[in-house]
Ligand binder design. Structure first.
Ligand SMILES: Cc1ncc(COP(=O)(O)O)c(C=O)c1O
Length: 406
C-alpha cells in the first residue's frame, strides 16, 4: 500500500483512499464536504516518536503539548492519555486542561497577557510554572502568591534576539538589575526556568541551535547576576512529523544534547513544548472542486477561513477522485471567500484531468488551522475523529456553534 503525503495513516488501495482503516467512500456516505478528519493513531504515533527520540537523548527531558496548536478537547484528551504535560496561554485552556485531568504539576501557563483571574487560578491550582514575558508581571504574581501563602515557580521567557523580535525579556544590564531587585523583594517567587521559542516550522537544525545558544548565554548572564536557573525550556517550532522524519529529529536531539553537555552548568530538566509536530499531520480536510477556469485555477469549497495562511501549515493537495493519476500538472487552487486573495496554492502539481465535483484531500491541517479559523459566514465543517475502523463526529456545526472554549 502506498502512503500519501508521507503519512502512514493515509494510503491508497485499489484506486481508493484509506484513512487509517476506513475508506474515504465510507465516510462520504455520512458526511458531505467540506469536513475535517483527525487521525487518533497518528497523534499517538507522533507522541511516541517524539518521546522516544528526546527521552533516549536526555534522561531529563519533559514534554508539554502546546494547546494553542489544537485545543479541541478530544485532541487534548488523547495527548493527556499519553502522559504529556500541557503548555497553555490563557484561562480557557487552563480550565480545559484541568477538566481533562492534566495534573497541575505538568501544566505550564503563561504568555504576553496574564490577567488577574488567570494568575489567581494558576496559584490556587499550583501549576508547575507561570511563564512571564514581562518583568512587571512578576510583582503582580508575587502579590497573589503571597495572598495564598504559596511559592510560585517562574519561567522567564527571554527575547530570542532574532531581527524584529518583540516577545520576552531582553536581559540587558538594566533589566538584569531590575530582575535582581524584584527577586530580592518578591519572596513568594522562585525563578526556576528560562524559555526561548524561536520560530515556527523550523526545518533546519541551525535554528534550534541558535535558540539554544540564546538560552545558554542568558543562563550565564543570570548566573553571573546571582540567579541560577534549574531548567531550560526550548519551546516548540518543530515542523509536521511527516515533514521531519524520525532520523532528522534524532540528529537534532543529538546536536542539542552536545551543546548542552558542553555548557558549563548542568540543568535538572530540559523542557520541550511541541504543538505542530504532534498534531499537524494528523489533520486532513476533505473538500471538493466547485469551479474550474480555463487557465487551470480550481476553486474548492473551503478557503482561508478554515485553512488560514496564519496557520503556516505545509498543506498538500491530492485529487482523491483520481488518486492513481500523476499529480504533475501545474494547477492553482483558490478558496471560497469572495476575494481574489483567497489563494490556497499557486502552480501546485495536480492531476491533468479536473472535473467539478472531484474530491480533494488537503493534508497537514491539524495544527493552528482551527485556532486561527475565522467567522466567515459559511457553515463550519464537521470534524471527525478516526481510529482504526471507527469514526466519531466530534464537532457538528448544526449542534455545536463554534470551536471556542471558555
Ligand atoms: C512559547 C511557545 N511554545 C510552544 C509553541 C508551539 O510551537 P509549535 O506548534 O511550532 O511547536 C509556541 C508557538 O507559538 C510558543 O510560542
Amino acid at each position: 500500500m502506498k502512503t500519501i503525503s508521507g503519512n502512514p495513516y493515509l494510503t491508497k488501495k485499489d484506486g481508493a483512499l484509506l484513512i487509517d482503516n476506513i475508506s474515504l467512500n465510507e465516510l462520504l456516505k455520512t458526511y458531505s464536504t467540506p469536513f475535517m478528519i483527525f487521525l487518533e493513531n497518528r497523534i499517538r504515533n507522533n507522541i511516541t516518536t517524539f518521546l522516544k527520540v528526546f527521552e533516549s537523548a536526555f534522561n531529563n527531558a519533559q514534554c508539554f503539548y502546546s494547546f494553542k496548536a489544537n485545543f479541541l478537547p478530544e485532541i487534548c484528551n488523547i495527548v493527556q492519555s499519553e502522559g504529556l504535560g500541557a503548555e497553555l496561554i490563557g484561562l480557557p485552556e487552563l480550565k480545559l486542561a484541568l477538566k481533562l485531568n492534566f495534573p497541575p504539576e505538568k501544566i505550564i501557563v503563561g504568555g504576553p497577557y496574564l490577567p488577574q483571574q488567570l494568575i489567581e487560578k494558576c496559584v490556587k491550582e499550583e501549576v508547575k510554572e507561570i511563564v512571564v514575558y514581562n518583568l512587571n508581571d512578576l510583582v503582580r504574581i508575587n502579590r497573589i502568591a503571597k495572598k495564598h501563602n504559596h511559592i510560585q515557580k517562574i519561567c522567564l521567557r527571554i527575547m530570542n534576539q532574532k531581527y524584529g523580535a518583540k516577545l520576552g525579556i531582553y536581559l540587558n544590564q538594566i533589566n538584569v538589575n531590575k530582575l535582581k531587585e524584584i527577586t530580592k523583594e518578591c519572596e513568594h517567587l522562585r525563578i526556576t526556568t528560562l524559555l526561548s521559542h524561536y520560530s515556527s516550522q523550523m526545518n533546519n537544525s541551525e535554528l534550534f541551535t541558535k535558540n539554544l545558544k540564546v538560552i545558554l548565554d542568558n543562563a550565564k548572564i543570570l548566573f553571573n547576576a546571582g540567579i541560577k536557573v534549574e531548567n531550560i525550556n526550548l519551546g516548540g517550532g518543530f515542523p509536521e512529523a511527516a515533514i521531519m522524519p524520525e532520523n532528522q529529529l534524532r540528529e537534532l536531539a543529538k546536536k542539542i544534547k552536545s551543546l548542552i553537555n558542553n555548557f558549563e552548568f548542568n540543568f535538572n530538566s530540559i523542557y520541550f513544548e511541541p504543538g505542530r509536530y504532534l498534531v499537524g499531520d494528523a489533520g486532513l480536510l476533505i473538500a471538493k472542486i466547485i469551479n474550474i477556469t480555463e487557465d487551470r485555477w480550481i476553486f474548492l469549497n473551503v478557503g482561508n477561513h478554515i485553512c488560514p495562511k496564519f496557520a503556516k501549515s505545509s498543506m498538500r493537495f491530492y485529487n482523491a477522485s483520481r488518486i492513481e493519476e500523476p499529480h504533475k500538472f501545474k494547477t492553482s487552487i483558490a478558496g471560497i471567500i469572495p476575494t481574489d486573495q483567497d489563494v490556497l496554492a499557486k502552480d501546485y502539481f495536480f492531476t491533468n484531468d479536473l472535473k467539478e465535483g472531484d474530491l480533494v484531500v488537503i493534508t497537514n491541517v491539524g495544527a493552528y488551522n482551527l485556532t486561527f479559523s475565522n467567522r466567515f459566514p459559511y457553515l463550519l465543517p464537521n470534524v471527525i475523529l478516526v481510529k482504526d475502523i471507527t469514526a466519531i463526529n466530534i464537532f457538528n456545526p448544526s449542534v455545536n456553534h463554534d470551536f471556542s472554549i471558555n
